[in-house]
Write a protein that binds this ligand. Structure first.
Ligand code: HAM
Length: 432
């Protein structure tokens, strides 16, 4: 009978040990910068009630309509109370953070809650370069009662750029826009519908549907026919109320004072419903068609929509780690190997036991070490030591044992010395 062969689910990837240093470098640089901006890490579950995502991102968003990975309802006995609820893997982090913010009454504890998260997100998209079904985001959210401030918006945008710079991304463009308040958005969508309706028959089939249910998405449709219609609209920000217009101007001024270069893009609307006022996206030409390194914006109505206070405002963004890795120009700057201090070579079974004992003594002193669990030839064990990039080899052979010593070899210089067995740990500790 042929054995079952399993393979990766489509649109996912193993992050293999040889690439882990690149991931860790990104994560640790992110943590360092986020600490300077006073953001604290939060970890929320990988799945939440499906309705949380539908309510936040919007029933008509592409993510909710087509990409949710929903779990089989749990039929187990004793969990029937939950049976009516559906759960989905999280397609993004903002909804979960807002859920947790409300549930933990953060608004009663601090005036502004600054949180970040790093972890996997799940969307059942058609996989292609830079588009996965399981991908990873570094996300940042600042939420608090009456906390909307153009300076916070500008700082949030500057933070996203600071992170990309720290990851050695050189080719990027920051695009910004304002969607205005919830009322402005309503007005704008009506205006758009009026403007586009006359050309309905020329829109792509998806956008013909979008005209009624999600007119904003027509603005960033990639099809040629829709792009032609949109560019003819000559969109500006005239639909913004005076207040929103002023806010947007202040955000741009603050960006200038922070020396953050931006491009204003009136068609930038974002695919998720919760955004109001400032929205932004950072793209890179080195990525191909999935060109967004990250994106975000303000979501002042979302906290109330999810059951919290109507006074609480929020803003945030997230960056896609896989896309950062694709856009990094010199990832080799990161040392890929995990260095090993010592590799122990033993030349027969009784000596192996001595070597095996030595491992734990070395590790107690925080020395990274390993051994060949199979007592093979000296040559093949030395080859293993080389492969592991060991800095030193401790050799235990019959000659050494007869004299109660080990041979200590410096793998970089080839120099060999004999060290009394009971001093090995101390001597190695002094060298590594
Ligand atoms: P988003 O634009 O859906 O926004 O995703 C943010 C970033 O995640 C994208 O720019 C991209 O780098 C990455 N990304 C998204 N989908 C995929 C995918 N299928 N494969 C690989 N990478 C992907 C959000 O998720 C919002 N929660 C951002 C935000 C936070 N807004 C406010 N706070």
């Amino acid at each position: 009978m042929e054995k079952n062969k399993f393979s990766l689910p489509r649109g996912t990837a193993d992050i293999l040990p040889e690439n882990i240093a690149l991931w860790q470098a990104i994560e640790s640089k992110a943590r360092e910068i986020l600490k300077n901006y006073n953001y604290k890490e939060i970890r929320t579950p990988l799945f939440e009630e499906t309705d949380l995502f539908a309510r936040s991102m919007g029933q008509t968003s592409d993510v909710v309509q087509k990409q949710m990975l929903t779990l089989q309802p749990n039929q187990r006995e004793g969990e029937t109370g939950q049976s009516a609820k559906m759960f989905s893997l999280r397609p993004e982090g903002t909804a979960s953070i807002v859920r947790s913010y409300i549930e933990n009454n953060f608004d009663k504890k601090e005036s502004l809650t600054k949180l970040f998260y790093i972890g996997p997100m799940f969307r059942g998209e058609r996989p292609q370069k830079g588009r996965l079904r399981q991908f990873h985001q570094i996300g940042v959210e600042a939420i608090g009662p009456n906390s909307a401030s153009p300076f916070l918006d500008a700082e949030m945008i500057a933070l996203s750029i600071d992170l990309l710079k720290a990851f050695d991304i050189k080719d990027y463009t920051l695009k910004i826009n304002s969607l205005g308040s919830a009322e402005d958005k309503k007005l704008f969508s009506q205006k758009l519908r009026d403007l586009i309706s006359k050309d309905k028959s020329q829109l792509c089939p998806t956008c013909q549907e979008r005209l009624d249910r999600n007119v904003f998405r027509i603005l960033d449709c990639k099809s040629k026919e829709c792009r032609a219609i949109v560019s003819g609209l000559n969109l500006g920000t005239s639909f913004l109320s005076e207040e929103s217009q002023k806010y947007y101007t202040q955000v741009k001024q603050a960006l200038k004072s922070l020396k953050v270069a931006y491009q204003e893009v009136p068609t930038l609307v974002r695919g998720l419903d919760y955004y109001t006022q400032t929205v932004f996206e950072i793209t890179s030409t080195s990525l191909g068609s999935q060109d967004a390194l990250g994106a975000g914006g303000r979501y002042d109505g979302l906290i109330e929509e999810l059951g919290g206070s109507n006074e609480v405002d929020g803003i945030g963004f997230s960056l896609g780690i896989e896309r950062i890795l694709l856009a990094q120009q010199e990832p080799s700057a990161v040392k890929k190997d995990q260095p090993l201090d010592v590799f122990i070579v033993t030349l027969d079974e009784p000596l192996f036991e001595k070597g095996f004992g030595l491992l734990s003594l070395l590790r107690e002193k925080n020395i990274a070490c390993d051994i060949s669990y199979k007592v093979s030839s000296l040559k093949s064990q030395m080859r293993l030591a080389d492969k592991m990039a060991a800095r030193y080899v401790v050799l235990l052979g019959q000659d050494e044992m007869a004299k109660s010593v080990v041979t200590l070899k410096n793998m970089a210089t080839g120099e060999q010395t004999q060290v009394p067995f009971d001093q090995v740990v101390e001597v190695v500790k002094g060298k590594v």
